[in-house]
Every structure is written in C-alpha cells, then in structure tokens.
Design a protein around this ligand. Structure first.
Ligand SMILES: *Cc1c(COP(=O)(O)O)cnc(C)c1O
Length: 425
C-alpha cells in the first residue's frame, strides 16, 4: 500500500475487538432481570457472577463493580491507603489515576527489562516513611512477581494491591491469578478477554476488606439505611452481569484460541531480523489476550513507529502499548529519569492484532507484511519519510508526546474504546 495499490486488508484488523458470548443466553438472562424489575443493587445476576468470578480466581470474596478503575479505588480506600503508593510507570494510566484521583501520591517505579512487569528491586528503592502501599500490575495478563512483592509488603507493613485488569483467566504458577496481596482487581471492559460491556471486580481472601469495599461501592450504606462509611457508587448492573454470565462458559476456549494465534505469530515471525515476539515467563500461563513484538531498529532497519505506520497503511491497526509510559504523561511527569527500561519498552514494543476477530490466516498475512517490510526496510523507510504525492498517506501522523493529549483518530472511534489516542487495552 505504501507503494500504491489497495491495503492488504479491506477491513481493519484490531488489537482487541470485543468477545461476544452466547447471545441467546444473554438475552434470556436480561429478560429475567426485566421480568423481576431488579436492575441493580446486588441482584441475583450480579451475585451469581460474583460467585463464578471468585471460583475462577480461587478466592473467597468477590465484589463486582462498574469498572476496574472504580474497583482499584475501592481497594485503595478499603485497605486504608494514604500518603504515597508505589506503582509501575509502564502500565495503562488507570492504575496510576486510581491513586492520584483519590488525592494520594503515586510514586512510579521502573519495570523488568524483559517482561515489562513491575520490578520488585525498583519497588524497594521507592519506599519512604510515607509509603502505605504498592500496586503491582499483571501487564498484558502476564503475572508479575507477586510473591516477591508480597514479601516486600510484609517486611515494610504495606498493603499490596494487584491490578489484574488484563489477567482474568490467567494463571500464576499453579494457581489462578486473583489470590495474592490485600486484593486483586479485574477489568471486564469491552476490550478485555471477558467483558460485561463495562465492569470489574475486586477479589480478596480478606472478609473484612470485602465487606468494607461492598459497603463503599454502595454509598457506604450497610443494612437498610445506615451509612457506616464514606462511599461512592461503583456497583455493577444486572445487565452487565448478564453479559458476563453469558460469556464465562467460553473463557477457556478463548484462551486456547488466543494461544493458537500467539503460536502462529511465533512460527511465522521466526528468523525476521530485529523482530522479536515477547514471550511470557515460563512459570506463568497468560490469557494470550495480547501479542507483543519488540522491534530492534538497528537490526530490523526500521523503527517500531515506521513498522507501525506501514502496517496501518495495510489496515493492520497495531498499537504502541503503553507509550510513552505514565512517567511521561502530563499529570505524572516529574522530570525523574530513572525509567530506562520503561523508556526502552515504550519505544520498541508493538501490540499486533489478535483475538476472536483475527484468524490464523490473518496472522499469516500480517507476519508476511512484517517480513516484507524488514526485507525492504530501506525502501520502506524512505517512502515513509517522503510519501509519493500520488499516493495520499492514509496513516494518521503519530500522536505527539504525551499521547494522553492526542485526539482519537476518527477511523478508530467507532470500534475502539476510551483509551485516549485509541483503544483501551
Ligand atoms: C483496562 C485496564 C484498567 C481499567 O479498566 P476499566 O475496567 O476500563 O476501568 C486498569 N488497569 C489496566 C492495566 C488495564 O489494562
């Protein structure tokens, strides 16, 4: 396409289109809620969904919420955090917003160079007398070093919350993600593996914490009309729970299919100089909901952004997760430069299309485009710098730093969600 002609894909291929569960079951469950005229406030569908989530996560308590950001805020409040909270710079901004929005001080730390997950050694360096908690993130649904973080939290008397927004259905060693720390938080946003349109859950083995979070999510009300705690409204609706219940049965199948796409990328990209598939840690079983490439520009002859521009011109909507890193966004920029690994990853990683709407055949073609781009890197780079006047460049220019300020390109608005600059991870 960069050299003329039509794009390789007539319809765009995205990083994450929503997984739609069993429609008939969804409408049946929704009909039940309408018949009962019980639409929110802990109706039977939300209660059943919570029980299923707790079972899958292997925990005692689950509180379903309107989204994961609210669940993170509930976890922070219910755990009584104050002062400073440590979180990784390389994450979706919601992790850090949850801290800042509540008036606490996010203290960002760098990540592990290989996995991109929060680095326990860096966490230790950021602990001060004002620190009250740590929020670890299972980035891309790949479990972070939860045991090491637990040890640090215990040693310093800190709470540990795990942002498992991307990790529902993933496994940490031989157990499901969900039971570490003070609480873990899942997202069921439209673009996540399991969706409830919008939704989330706080899961924990601490009954008292779960009870506080449950009261706080409903205006602090306990019993019929006693307000026992400051609260907010973070409840999940019955309609959302219906969507979740209608989709849960298919979750193992989704993981298996995602894994096949991941394996297909691995096979088809093998041997392309400078293009490396980011492998999950051997000890984990991720949900394979995201496929990440690392572009080594010197060897590939193309930068990550050049490869992305080329793919987009072919209707392959690859994305820079999580460029530029929270430490470089307007609300959290301090000038601190101690983020070399986040900077390197934010500058070289590319999330490529996968999920239910992408076939293994599509993966073949996408990998073929990447192979071709690297083989003809010099010509591709030259053409990207000086597009031929006869071929209008369909690629929107990359958003200026910070990405949080950039407008959503019009062609992505319809299918993608609320992450500034494009889709939600
Ligand atoms: C999606 C996501 C969130 C926010 O989830 P919502 O349900 O949209 O609020 C938070 N953290 C991470 C790491 C995410 O990927």
């Amino acid at each position: 396409m960069i050299f003329g002609g039509s794009p390789a894909f007539a319809q765009p291929r995205h990083v994450g289109r929503p997984n739609i569960g069993d429609r008939d079951r969804f409408f049946e469950l929704l009909g039940g809620a309408l018949d009962r005229r019980w639409l929110s406030n802990g109706g039977p569908l939300v209660r059943e969904f919570e029980a299923r989530v707790a079972e899958i996560a292997g925990v005692r308590h689950s509180v379903a919420t309107c989204n994961a950001t609210a669940a993170l805020e509930l976890a922070i409040r219910a755990a009584g955090l104050h002062g400073e909270v440590i979180a990784p710079a390389f994450t979706f901004p919601a992790t850090v917003h949850a801290i800042g929005w509540l008036g606490l001080t996010p203290v960002l730390c760098d990540v592990e160079p290989e996995t991109g997950n929060i680095d326990p050694k860096q966490v230790r360096r950021r602990i001060t007398p004002r620190t009250s908690g740590i929020i670890g993130v299972h980035l891309w649904g790949r479990p972070c070093a939860a045991e090491e973080l637990t040890a640090i939290a215990e040693e310093h008397g800190l709470a540990l919350i795990l942002d498992a927004a991307q990790a529902f259905g993933a496994r940490y060693r031989d157990r499901p993600v969900g039971g570490h720390g003070t609480a873990e938080v899942f997202s069921f946003h439209a673009t996540k593996l399991l969706n409830t349109f919008e939704g989330g859950a706080l899961v924990t083995n601490d009954g008292a914490l779960a009870a506080r979070a449950r009261a706080m999510q409903n205006f602090g009300i306990v019993g019929e009309d006693e307000v026992a705690l400051p609260g907010t409204n973070a409840k999940m609706s019955e309609a959302a729970a219906a969507m979740g219940l209608a989709s849960l049965a298919g979750i193992d199948d989704l993981v298996a299919r995602n894994r096949r796409r991941y394996e297909a990328y691995r096979e088809r990209l093998a041997g392309i100089p400078g293009v490396e598939l980011v492998a999950p840690a051997r000890w984990s079983r991720p949900s394979y909901h995201y496929v990440l490439l690392r572009v080594h520009a010197e060897r590939a002859g193309l930068t990550r952004d050049q490869l992305m521009a080329l793919l987009r011109s072919e209707n392959v909507i690859a994305r820079r997760y999580f460029y530029p890193g929270c430490h470089r966004t307007v609300p959290y920029f301090t000038g601190d430069r101690r983020f070399p690994h986040t900077d390197r990853l934010a500058g070289s990683l590319l999330a490529v299309p996968t999920g239910a709407a992408v076939t293994v055949g599509d993966v073949d073609r996408i990998a073929g485009l990447i192979r071709l781009a690297v083989r003809h890197a010099t010509a591709v780079a030259a053409r990207l710098r000086h597009p031929a006047p006869a071929t209008p460049d369909p690629v929107p220019p990359p958003p200026p730093v910070p990405a949080a300020q950039s407008p959503v390109p019009a062609d992505e608005e319809a299918t993608e969600c609320h992450q500034p600059g494009g889709s939600h991870p």
